[in-house]
Design a binder for this molecule. Structure first.
Ligand SMILES: Cc1cc2nc3c(=O)[nH]c(=O)nc-3n(C[C@H](O)[C@H](O)[C@H](O)COP(=O)(O)OP(=O)(O)OC[C@H]3O[C@@H](n4cnc5c(N)ncnc54)[C@H](O)[C@@H]3O)c2cc1C
Length: 475
């Protein structure tokens, strides 16, 4: 039996951000996650765009929290040592009849207090983005749009929360919730019972099921988005995030210059009835290629090195659901967090803390709170510093992943920071994320895991559960 002041269910970007923001206070907090690592839900599978807020209807939670969240990213990413670049965005009109839509989006953005929006036309547009189709008539320029690696940010939030005393229980699925007369709530997982005064439901696509355990009711529509990543040789093809004219349900298919130097194209937007459907499809790819080539004709499908899909939890009215339950006091739903949930995450965390205060949680600052994540990034060291580190530990001189230049020392460090699966190592170090997609380095990485964790190779999984790579010896 465990006790906590606050239990957070779900360690995606929302749950980890709330945990990290609550770590400032003298509280006993448990973050519970059913998967083998943090960020293994929708938070690892999105476009990584830090939106400005001009897409969202004024007066909605999405509009307010997107703009507020965007403005918090510089400080947050600096503290957590996560790359973040305000590359800006261009939303392109290809037809004269679309020019009015640019004006409307500009007005909408200004109502939402998005800074710096401008309509750009003529040669300046092509100076900003030389590979843009010459058919482009004009663009809405938005300087505050940024890019960040969503999985790395989720991991960093969790690591910093843990450094500040938050307990994170992985492979721990919440099965039931009950409430006692004195207000204590009992969260039942497959491993233990946790008693708490406050529960935050940040279970992403499964937040409706967690809410039902607390007798609350809402539903989502899962909306799948497929994304495709181009080889790094295409780096520089675009400098800004390129948006098309949006549709009612979606921002459309984007061209994204990621912080890691790859170009990413996507996502699709397809309603599915299966919360586990993460397939990528020929039809999705064809549709994406057709759309992005209209904006940047030089994009070539042959340069695609990887694909993935994520599922958005789209609520009935399309807005975020962030409110205390009227069934159980101290139970707070943070649900329906589809796009721009990554962007809004820090502002959502702040809002949840205000709700907890209103619900009676006493917040006293911890003097020893440390906002900075302790981490040495080998790739960012100077040549001199790298040489010094290699002298201290020769594993930093052994390059394991030649596509992404990842060393054995970095892999061992990531394991010591908590990585227990191949995907956990990939998201912490980029091992296996290059052109060969782990074709050459996976056996070497598994050997390092075998030695460091003292487990047999057959026990190593891609992402926990039954995703084993090897099942036994053939000879
Ligand atoms: C294709 C795509 C592109 C997107 N692009 C962007 C973008 O560019 N910018 C942006 O701002 N937003 C974007 N989004 C939206 C963004 O990804 C989401 O808003 C965000 O990731 C939601 O985070 P979350 O923490 O709510 O959900 P999740 O990351 O899914 O986290 C919920 C966690 O709860 C866990 N969980 C569920 N049930 C239980 C249980 N019973 N017990 C314990 N744990 C449980 C899950 O395993 C999961 O880890 C995009 C989304 C998609 C799908």
């Amino acid at each position: 039996m465990e006790k906590a002041d606050v239990i957070i269910i779900g360690a995606g970007i929302i749950g980890t951000c709330i945990a990290r923001f609550l770590a400032k206070y003298k509280l006993n907090i448990v973050l519970v996650e059913k998967e083998a690592d943090v960020g293994f839900g929708t938070s690892k599978a999105n476009s990584g765009v830090i939106h400005a807020g001009f897409h969202d209807k004024p007066g909605t939670l999405k509009a307010d929290l997107c703009v507020a969240g965007n403005s918090m990213f510089d400080k947050l990413c600096k503290e957590l040592n996560v790359p973040f670049k305000r590359c800006g965005a261009l939303l392109i009109a290809l037809k004269d009849e679309e020019l009015g839509i640019l004006e409307e989006l500009k007005i909408q953005g200004e109502k939402n207090e998005v800074p710096g929006l401008k309509i750009i036309k003529g040669s300046y547009l092509f100076q900003l983005e030389p590979n843009l189709t010459k058919k482009a008539k004009a663009a809405l320029y938005s300087p505050t749009v940024g890019i960040a690696p969503p999985y790395e940010l989720t991991i960093a939030l969790a690591e910093n929360a843990r450094q500040n005393g938050i307990r994170i229980l992985l492979n721990t699925e919440v099965k039931n919730i009950t409430s006692q007369g004195d207000g204590t709530k009992i969260v039942e997982t497959q491993k233990n019972l946790i008693f708490a005064n406050y529960i935050i439901n940040a279970a992403g696509l499964f937040a409706d099921e967690i809410a039902r355990m607390a007798k609350d009711k809402f539903t989502f529509t899962p909306r799948k988005g497929e994304e495709y990543i181009l080889d790094k040789k295409e780096k520089g093809l675009v400098r800004h995030v390129i948006f098309p004219i949006p549709k009612k349900e979606t921002k459309g298919v984007l061209i994204i210059p990621t912080v890691d130097g790859n170009i990413m194209i996507g996502p699709t937007s397809e309603i599915v009835d299966n919360k586990f459907d993460l397939s990528t499809t020929r039809g999705g790819l064809q549709m994406i290629l057709e759309k992005v080539k209209k904006l940047v004709p030089a994009i070539n499908g042959k340069d695609i090195i990887a694909s993935f899909a994520g599922l958005r939890a789209t609520s009935k009215n399309g807005d975020f659901i962030i409110q205390p339950s009227n069934k159980i006091k101290g139970f707070i739903n943070v649900a329906g967090i589809d796009s721009p949930g990554l962007t809004a995450a820090p502002a959502i965390a702040k809002m949840v803390i205000d709700i907890l205060k209103e619900e009676g949680l006493r917040l006293v600052q911890r003097e020893e709170y440390q906002p900075y994540r302790r981490l040495i990034k080998f790739q960012e060291l100077s040549l001199e510093q790298k040489n010094r580190l290699i002298k201290e530990d020769k594993r930093y001189g052994n390059v394991v992943c030649r596509c992404e230049n990842v060393t054995e020392g970095e892999i061992v460090d990531a394991i010591r920071r908590g990585a227990r699966t191949l995907d956990s190592l990939k998201f912490r170090t980029r091992v296996g994320m290059g052109r060969c997609q782990g074709g050459f380095c996976t056996p070497k990485v598994m050997k390092i895991m075998e030695d460091e964790l003292n487990i047999p190779l057959e026990k190593i999984t891609k992402r926990g559960g039954k995703s084993n790579i090897l099942w036994g010896k053939s000879k």
